[in-house]
Write a protein that binds this ligand. Structure first.
Ligand code: GAP
Length: 464
């Protein structure tokens, strides 16, 4: 089924997954907070991604680099000079538009390599077709290059106003800056990978569509260092691995597709996106897979004066490795997984919503309920079972709020795969059912009677 973005945004807020940033002050465009259930899903995604890209691989190393970097980093990377979007302002209501996106909407490609003059020529030729999204007038300023780097002030760097310090425009630069240290300390044999989940900040002209385009984001990056010109085969393998990873998170294959870039960003030699069929937006970029050649290390070698060549023990050669990159915004990954899990059906004659999240991603793997909250003997037993599950490594919730039907609905909307109810039979009212519980399955609503030990084992095996 297709669901619209407003429904997703509303469910995400209602169930404590995602809140608008700074909401009590009227918000701050392009920022979101992950709530108690959201941070669990986010962390589970990170764990699964990290496992696939570090623990399940050989010769891959993790990193957590500082966000503040010497400003020369962003000159060398090309961001100070080239990391910009063409911006125009509506002269009637001051709304800002991204001219390349508006041109794309009327079927005109504004090449990333085009100068601002060339973009203005295209813009002028199509002004009659582009209306302001707010006031619908067609009276725009000229386009100008708007740099996306977010500037900060940090001690000495800004005291005379001459040298600004920037927040990271892309997380991966930390990996290039530490490349030498990793080679010296870990002695990796080429090809090898370095991975990081790090924050990035972009002064997006038009942040919109919930987590899809935000100003503060987190990027999960892998950088694979290879011998020059050995990019083709490795690139195909990496593309396939990333595709399969999304399937393993439960995303339906029909909602994914490949897109090869015709207009390459300044650092890329080849670039493919995995696109996801986002609610209300349709297919758009989920993850970028880039052949960055030797661009990054060559630039940093030139700007820093430090030799970043790799001494290949096998061939005796010294060269600047090429880099194959995968980069995905955690927000987009979260949105894709969340939206893909959204289901509506009818259960017991009532419409219901549930999240069919894979058990390893769900905020809770099980919820434990006492049938009635005003019966201390049921509550005590439910608490014992809850403690037992936790001890067994199950992420469990204890819920005694409202009637049992409401609790089921709540857990369905959070995506909890199993609910376990403790009733009077558990306590031995029917001696044959002593120490048994009701185990309810989220996706079907089916219930079965199992022993507590069986329930624990079932949960453990589902998780593993
Ligand atoms: N290091 C490469 C790089 O930064 P990118 O295509 O600009 O490449 C990589 O970004 C990924 O980061 C995208 O595929 C997307 O998932 C995510 N991303 C980029 N800009 C974003 C934004 N403003 N909001 C949310 N996610 C974003």
């Amino acid at each position: 089924m297709s669901v619209d973005l407003d429904t997703i945004v509303s469910l995400a807020k209602r169930r404590g997954f995602v809140f608008p940033g700074s909401e009590i002050y009227g918000g701050l465009a392009g920022t979101y907070d992950f709530g108690p259930n959201g941070v669990e899903l986010l962390n589970n995604l990170k764990r699964s991604w990290w496992k696939a890209n570090v623990y399940d691989k050989e010769n891959y190393y993790g990193l957590d680099a500082a966000m503040f970097k010497n400003p020369r980093t962003w000159e060398a990377s090309g961001h100070v000079g080239g990391f910009s979007d063409p911006l125009a302002e509506c002269k009637e209501c001051n709304t800002r538009i991204r001219v390349d996106k508006e041109l794309a909407n009327v079927g005109v490609v504004a090449d990333e390599k085009m100068s601002i003059e060339e973009i203005n020529t295209l813009f002028d030729a199509h002004r009659a077709e582009i209306a302001c999204p707010k006031c619908h007038k067609k009276n725009f300023s000229e386009a100008r290059a708007f740099n996306l780097l977010v500037q900060s002030n940090l001690g000495d760097f800004t005291s005379d106003g001459s040298e600004p310090v920037y927040l990271p425009g892309e997380a991966c630069q930390g990996i290039y800056l530490d490349y030498r240290n990793i080679v010296d300390t870990m002695n990796p044999k080429i090809p090898f990978g370095v991975v990081q989940i790090g924050k990035a900040f972009r002064n997006e002209i038009a942040p919109r569509n919930f987590l899809f385009r935000t100003r503060e984001l987190e990027q999960a990056d892998t950088q694979y260092f290879i011998r020059p010109n050995e990019n083709k085969q490795a690139y195909e393998q990496i593309k396939q691995d990333r595709w399969n990873w999304y399937l393993a998170q439960g995303i339906r294959e029909e909602n994914l597709r490949w897109h090869q870039h015709e207009n390459l960003v300044f650092y890329a030699k080849d670039a493919w996106d995995i696109e996801y069929n986002f609610p209300s937006l349709g297919f758009d970029e989920l993850e970028g897979i880039h052949d960055r050649s030797d661009y990054d290390l060559t630039q940093h070698m030139e700007f820093s004066g430090v030799d970043l060549r790799y001494l290949d023990q096998e061939t005796g050669e010294k060269y600047v490795p090429w880099i194959l990159e995968t980069s995905v915004g955690m927000g987009r990954m979260f949105l894709a997984v969340f939206a893909d899990a959204y289901r509506e059906d009818e259960l017991g004659g009532e419409k219901r919503i549930y999240l069919a999240l894979a058990p390893h991603l769900a905020p809770y793997q099980a919820a434990v309920f006492p049938l009635l909250k005003n019966k201390p003997e049921l509550v005590d037993k439910a608490r014992d079972v809850y403690a037992l599950f936790k001890k067994a490594g199950v992420r469990a919730a204890f819920d005694d709020n409202g009637n049992i039907g409401k609790r089921y609905r709540r857990q369905d909307e959070i995506g909890t795969p199993f609910c376990i109810t403790i009733d009077f039979d558990t306590l031995g009212e029917n001696p044959e059912l002593l120490d048994t519980v009701t185990l309810r399955h989220r996706d079907t609503g089916e219930q079965e009677r199992v022993t507590i030990a069986e329930a624990a084992e079932r949960l453990r095996s589902t998780i593993s």
